[in-house]
Design a protein around this ligand. Sequence first.
Ligand SMILES: [Zn+2]
Length: 443
Amino acid sequence: MILHIGFDDTDSRVGGCTTYIAALLVEKLLSVGVEFSEYPNLIRLNPNVPWKTRGNGALCLRIKCDQNLQESVFDKVRNTIRENMNLEHEGTDPGIVFFEGAKIPREIQFFSNKTIQTMVNLSEARGLLRKHNASAIEYGSGLGIIGALAAIGETLDGDHTYELLTYRKARNRGTKRMLNPESVKQMNKETTPQTFGNIDPETGRVLITPRGGDPVLYGIRGETAEAVAKAHHMIETSEEIERWVIFRTNQGTDAHLSRLVPIADAEPYDAVVIQGTISSPPRLVPKRHRFFSISDGTGEIDCAAYEPTGVLRKVARDLKIGDAVKAYGGVRPQSDLHPLTVNLEKLEIITLTSKFTEQNPECPICKRKRMKSRGSGQGFKCVKCGFQSPKARKRLVEEKRSLVEGLYITSTRSRRHLTKPLSRYGREKTKRPSKMISCWHNP
Ligand SMILES: [Zn+2]
């Protein structure tokens, strides 16, 4: 039988990590004799939902096993999750979903797509579970089954990437991570663009390590399983690695930003792409964040380039009314202080408006020096050499723009897990890998 095991929201804002439970389960399930038909899938969901934990990532394990193993698989999953989840922290509502079958129903795939881009509700998830005979275990409010089902439904048949995650020994968690930054720089140099997101090019900061009490030592993202495995072996650390696993994931694919939405239909917390023209000039709010508005014929909406977006904030400064753009980001709900706002992740400048200004003509004798008007209909005169021209006319000159058309992406350090980096454009995959590499986990 083929079994899909989805789970979500086992971690809280203060530590614990759903991917770590997946890594534990890889070892435990292999030990009872199941076969993994696929790398564990790490599915990032809509990063704008208000109840998310840090990364809003859900997991799916897809395995083959004999019917008689089913009970022990269920037990292992239930027990491992129960032992490792952080239920004592408010806002942690784990969910587990089991689905049996070789094919994932289209409806569940569609639900998954929705969960990556918008807000979905619990009753929709529960309805699908009933209809398709999936079994679920809910804790707390039960919200975790939304992500658990969504992880099952995202089969990553199109574009995808990989992440190799290493985990720390329990005794080291919460202490400083012992990693040689020079080895990260060397790895980055040798494996880019087959890996990405290793180092912030603006600050030189190492980005593969999370902060705080997270069990992850480091994670390396890349285009293939081979690439992340190779990069992993280049990292020098004096810390013992408890285990590591390669995940196949929708990270770095813009899976959340694939819907072009009319402004009138933009809903709070959705991830959207809006195409329109600049309708109000950029302004600083209050002193560090830059806002402007765009309209598309169905309405007008604010866009925000916050200070950490780096390049986006700089680009926003030079926008002018009439510029045609595509704005990519999450919709922040309206409040007393501000209207509905797109928090920008990307901005594509499609066309810059041309602005023409009138200028006095150049003096044909002195060159470069502009002549002075002698009054309406009286022509022009050069104040330097005295040349006069009764027939000279003002000329229209196109204003120079400091911007160039193209795609701009928020700075590396402020990217979402899902944000596709520039280095991935043109590398999008259209099918799943035909086989797994032999060494994709340890132990
Ligand atoms: Zn002159």
